[in-house]
Design a protein around this ligand. Structure first.
Ligand code: SF4
Length: 217
């Protein structure tokens, strides 16, 4: 059960400033290359002066995503670390939950070892389990999750991307709303929300990195 801490009514920049001041080099950044996450990285890079960020290379990404990861890292001038899973292991063909655990949850837990806090870019207006989440959470072992966009609407993300000319994922213009692994991502149908094209085990709305992650401390 996560415990909410208070961070007042800070906007994304205020939350990131607080997190950087509080945790310094013990604050981890990861990205799934979503637009909100790139805004967070752009802001954090400006505030911190340099930035190291982990991308989970599941082995099942679109080719466009892997190229985009390199392009956007160069644009943001950040160090992008590709975190791969252990060899072999289950795939989406047999068991999506086991595949996500092997290719996302376990590699992320490994990447976060030694850190005290982790910044991510979920937004409450994405729906599902994200509605009403706090700006800052702490788990049972004291690991802190910083959610600077928890209260930030999609329009802020779109405006920020445009204002700073951050390149968008090439598949967004082809009808996708949120882009994950190729076998588990489909184009949106009319009227669907941005994450409705993501396919997870048993019809869940999350892959597990925000629900089953346990960081060793
Ligand atoms: S999203 Fe699909 S392919 Fe990617 S790790 Fe999860 S089950 Fe595997």
């Amino acid at each position: 059960m996560a415990t909410a801490l208070t961070a007042g009514a800070l906007g994304p920049e205020g939350v990131l400033t607080w997190a950087l001041d509080t945790y310094g080099d013990r604050l981890a950044f990861t990205t799934g290359l979503g637009a909100g996450g790139l805004c967070v990285l752009h802001l954090a890079r400006r505030l911190a002066g340099r930035l190291r960020c982990v991308f989970l290379d599941t082995g099942f990404h679109f080719a466009e995503t892997l190229q985009y990861a390199q392009d956007v890292a160069a644009f943001l001038d950040i160090e992008l670390i590709l975190q791969e899973p252990e060899p072999y292991g289950p795939t989406w063909r047999e068991d999506r939950e086991a595949c996500c655990d092997h290719r996302k949850v376990a590699p992320l837990a490994k990447a976060l070892e030694g850190y005290d806090a982790w910044v991510n870019a979920r937004r409450g207006d994405q729906g599902g389990l994200r509605v009403g989440m706090p700006l800052i959470e702490r788990d049972e072992v004291g690991f802190v999750k910083v959610n600077p966009l928890a209260n930030t609407p999609r329009t802020w993300v779109d405006d920020y991307m445009t204002a700073h000319r951050i390149p968008t994922h090439p598949l967004l213009s082809q009808g996708y709303g949120s882009i994950g692994c190729e076998p588990c991502t489909r184009k949106l149908k009319a009227g669907e929300g941005e994450r409705d094209g993501r396919l997870f085990a048993g019809g869940k709305t999350e892959c597990g990195i925000h629900t089953r992650l346990q960081v060793k401390r």
